[in-house]
Ligand binder design. Structure first.
Ligand code: AMP
Ligand code: MG
Length: 487
């Protein structure tokens, strides 16, 4: 393992170095062997990795620290936040030459814990573990995790729960909110910090006329791509505060997230979000708002680079929407098996989504069925429509879709291959994660393993490993699994 603790060499005001506070009687939850291989992580036996993930052992060369950051939460300035229950253990260069952060979450109090207890509970650790894996397997930029442990350390939430730790792996833990913290609490550190971020994460920007503007541009583009990817699979992050968005565009901080089942644009899995700020359909505009806040943080850099000013930063921000639409249109064309240069793809996909919405149809399954042009395929969705009127609307859609398919110039095989690589069969439905959590809380991690394996190849049917619940939305009259910010 090649260690390169760059963050620990930055301005010491930006973090607090400290060791983890260990969990008691840790037991192995799950270990991501494929990720370990990519990282060249040598502690692959449970007897070696469990004590590390429990905070009992800090390997040589690791230099644990809690990062300071700030942020806007639910649209309001929230002041200093920071790693309140996690530590950046080390940074390493993986086998692909990519810098990766190893961050242990659930390791006790830090100077940034505020009112919290510094711990994470098993259910939230499993949710984060499976979500990072699910998104990575779908090809969506996201943190992942090397593994997790459970323990006998009691943690008080609504009820007493088990303390757990997750070893999170991400290409960066630098959040938009880091820049907010620096401007508020150490403004003189901003130029050096920005230079260090460009050097570490976007070295290609160093040669631009204005490296800072080039950096801003990449962050906008990366975020736009990730949000487009979320929208395409129905992922709702749930807490898109500026402290939860990474500068690399990788999905970070899974709390009350969810994968949508029946299509509902105003869907939110976060029952703490009473105003619905972070509902699925708001995600692109919220990302835009967060990036606007972030670009404002770069304004003082005008002192070191006169090309950075209100006008140039606004121009950078204005690229967000076209970037988002570009990726969304491309992705939607693939999901529908159409040519992205064809006219009318977005309009037609929007008609399709409205049909799903009005008829309470499952997003994942409905899109997957579109690649089956046989009599047993997507036309059967007609039978799931709730009224004659809706069936007629479906017929109109079907005729238009058929026309676009004919016009696309793609062969049936090309179409199917493209669609089956863009429309997953398996997503992490809330009730699936919930079942795995309940079993794990009783000491049985086999369901976590089964789901982990299933989600590793979400585009490939695995009849022998799937259960009926894996591919069906919860019945409409069933109360949804309730998830809030408390984790
Ligand atoms: P989140 O909503 O999980 O992104 O967390 C927002 C802020 O609260 C971050 O600064 C976290 O580190 C902090 N935080 C969340 N839960 C805890 C906890 N149990 N103990 C200490 N800090 C926490
Ligand atoms: Mg957070």
């Amino acid at each position: 393992m090649k260690i390169d603790n760059r963050y620990a060499r930055l301005d010491p005001r930006l973090f607090h170095k400290q060791p983890p506070e260990p969990l008691s009687n840790p037991i192995a939850g799950h270990f991501n062997a494929a990720l370990a291989e990519q990282l060249d992580w040598q502690f692959t036996e449970a007897q070696d990795w469990v004590p590390i993930l429990a905070g009992q052992v800090v390997p040589e060369g690791f230099d644990p620290l809690a990062m300071a950051y700030a942020g806007h939460q639910f649209g309001q300035w929230a002041g200093q936040l920071g790693d309140g229950r996690g530590l950046l253990l080390a940074q390493i260069i993986d086998k692909k030459g990519q810098l990766q952060d190893l961050h242990l979450k659930g390791v006790g109090l830090t100077p940034y814990s505020r009112m919290g207890d510094g711990r994470a509970v098993l259910r939230s650790v499993i949710r984060e573990y499976l979500a990072g894996h699910a998104l990575n397997s779908l090809g969506i930029a996201s943190s992942n995790a090397l593994g997790f442990v459970s323990s006998s350390t009691p943690v008080q939430r609504e009820k007493l729960e088990r303390g757990a730790c997750l070893l999170r792996v991400a290409d960066s833990h630098v959040r938009l909110g880091h820049f907010e913290w620096i401007n508020k609490f150490a403004p003189d550190a901003l130029p050096d910090f920005t230079t260090a971020m460009i050097e570490s994460y976007f070295p290609e920007c160093q040669n631009a006329e204005s490296p800072i503007l080039a950096f801003a541009q990449v962050v906008i583009a990366k975020t736009a791509k990730t949000i487009a990817d979320w929208q395409l699979v129905g992922f709702a992050h749930g807490v898109m505060n500026t402290d939860n968005l990474s500068i690399t565009g990788s999905t970070l901080d899974f709390g009350p997230y969810g994968f949508m089942e029946r299509f509902e644009p105003t869907w939110i899995n976060n029952h703490s979000d009473h105003s619905g700020r972070y509902v699925y359909q708001n995600q692109p505009s919220i990302a835009h708002w967060n990036l606007w806040v972030w670009l404002g943080q770069l304004l003082p850099l005008n002192a070191v680079d006169p090309l950075v000013n209100k006008e140039s930063l606004s121009a950078v921000l204005s690229t967000f929407e076209p970037e988002f639409l570009h990726h969304y249109t491309l992705g939607m064309s693939q999901k529908m098996g159409l040519n992205d240069e064809q006219k009318g793809v977005l309009e037609l996909s929007s008609d399709f989504l409205r049909i799903l919405e009005r008829n309470r149809l499952d997003l994942t399954n409905s899109f997957r069925s579109l690649s089956d042009d046989s009599d047993q395929g997507w036309r059967l969705l007609r039978l799931e429509c709730i009224s004659i009127e809706e069936m007629e609307k479906f017929d109109t859609f079907a005729a238009q879709y058929q026309n676009l398919v004919n016009e696309s110039g793609l062969t049936a095989l090309e179409r199917q291959t493209m669609m089956d690589g863009a429309n997953p069969i398996y997503v992490l439905r809330n009730h699936i994660a919930q079942t795995a959590i309940e079993r794990a809380e009783a000491g049985d991690f086999s369901e976590v393993t089964r789901i982990f394996d299933l989600l590793a190849t979400p585009f490939t049917r695995q009849i022998e490993h799937e259960t009926a619940a894996d591919i069906a939305p919860l019945p409409d009259n069933h109360p949804p699994v309730s998830v809030s910010c408390s984790s």
